[in-house]
Write a protein that binds this ligand. Structure first.
Ligand SMILES: C[C@H](O)CC(=O)C(=O)O
Ligand SMILES: [Mn+2]
Length: 338
């Protein structure tokens, strides 16, 4: 075992990346990507609809592949890594989690809005009873102070969470914001802390490094940064950067690069560049998975998507309010007499 500090990487290409491909992964794509990530030595491989188990719906977008088929495809090829799922209380239920366990899931990330950790008590408890490694995942953590994030993290810990994540769901954080929130949580809890970045202001890798400086030992990434909005920390680059900084991830750099280059890049619907609207997600503090819904609303009402995202940020809209996007667009168009 290396004497270097180990950083656990969670690949969420097959979950956060699901947003960026409008939840159209096929079982063949899932099997190939999961096999490649497993072969490369990725410890946690997250597979679910972008909004977690049971997310396939009119509100969040329908998956072309059922969750059962997705998990079966991934579990059939993962030999070393941990098949992980995401669960948002209120979207997924105990039955969904039991199904995931039956199909091979060994870890679950229970995600709540950053001020609502208290709705996760049953779900964390259920995960522990089912023998799962349970992560608490605080979404939109830029919206509140480091002290508030720490207070919510302690709730997750009290429910039995094994690891607690600070998630920059809007990609709105600067490195100091990531550092301050992660260090407040590290200070407050006695379990490992993780960080989940979005690249909307091109800061995903910088924020992930700041989180590690602050004591995070779990970091998310995706191949080619494929994820909601302008995407996540690019895992193949992160592996190389962490190696140069003297950390150990246990991941073969060439193999994870090849998964990104040969398997993920060819199926991307658009490059994960930080174009105008994705940047506005971070600048306005709007939830990354609002992006494609916003593009559709902007087209329907002939609006600049940046204006819709600015208004969504001003109204401090959170995950689950995707249905409000069209309403905001309608009101903006009406105001303009469009
Ligand atoms: C459901 C969200 O996509 C979870 C996530 O990846 C984030 O909050 O960021
Ligand atoms: Mn995300």
């Amino acid at each position: 075992m290396s004497d270097k500090k180990h950083i656990h990487l969670v690949d969420t290409t097959l979950r956060d990346g699901s947003h960026a491909v409008s939840h159209q992964y096929t079982t063949e794509q899932i099997a190939k990507i999961a096999a490649g990530l497993d072969e490369a030595g990725v410890e946690y491989i997250e597979v679910s609809h972008g909004d977690g188990l049971a997310g396939s719906s009119i509100n969040y977008g329908y998956s072309v592949t059922s969750e059962e088929e997705m998990l079966k495809a991934a579990n059939s090829v993962i030999k070393k890594g941990t098949l992980t799922v995401l669960l948002i209380p209120g979207i997924a239920t105990q039955t969904d989690l039991e199904m995931a366990v039956k199909l091979g899931a060994k870890a679950v990330r229970v995600a709540t809005h950053v001020t609502e950790a208290d709705i996760s008590e049953q779900h964390i408890g259920m995960a522990k009873r089912l023998g799962l490694k349970a992560f608490g995942f605080l979404m939109m953590s830029h919206m509140v102070s480091p002290e508030k994030v720490a207070e919510q993290a302690k709730l997750f810990e009290s429910y039995g969470a094994d690891i607690i994540y600070v998630a920059d769901s809007a990609g709105a954080m600067l490195p100091e914001d990531a550092y301050n929130r992660v260090s407040a949580v590290v200070e407050a809890v006695n379990v490992p802390v993780g960080f989940h970045a979005h690249n909307n202001m091109t800061l995903a890798t910088a924020n992930s490094l700041a989180a590690i400086e602050a004591g995070a030992t779990y970091i998310d990434g995706t191949c080619r940064g494929l994820g909601a909005g302008a995407g996540n920390t690019q895992i193949e680059a992160l592996v190389g950067v962490l190696e140069k900084k003297g950390y150990h991830t246990g991941i073969d750099l060439y193999k994870v690069m090849d998964v990104a280059e040969d398997l993920v890049e060819p199926i991307m619907q658009r490059p994960q560049v930080v174009r105008n609207a994705p940047f506005m997600l971070g600048y306005a503090g709007a939830y990354s998975s609002f992006l494609l819904h916003t593009y559709r609303a902007a087209k329907k009402f002939d609006l600049d998507p940046r204006d819709i995202l600015t208004e969504l940020g001003n109204r401090r809209m959170v995950g689950g309010q995707e249905d409000m996007i069209i309403d905001v667009a309608y009101q903006l168009a009406k105001k303009r007499g469009v």
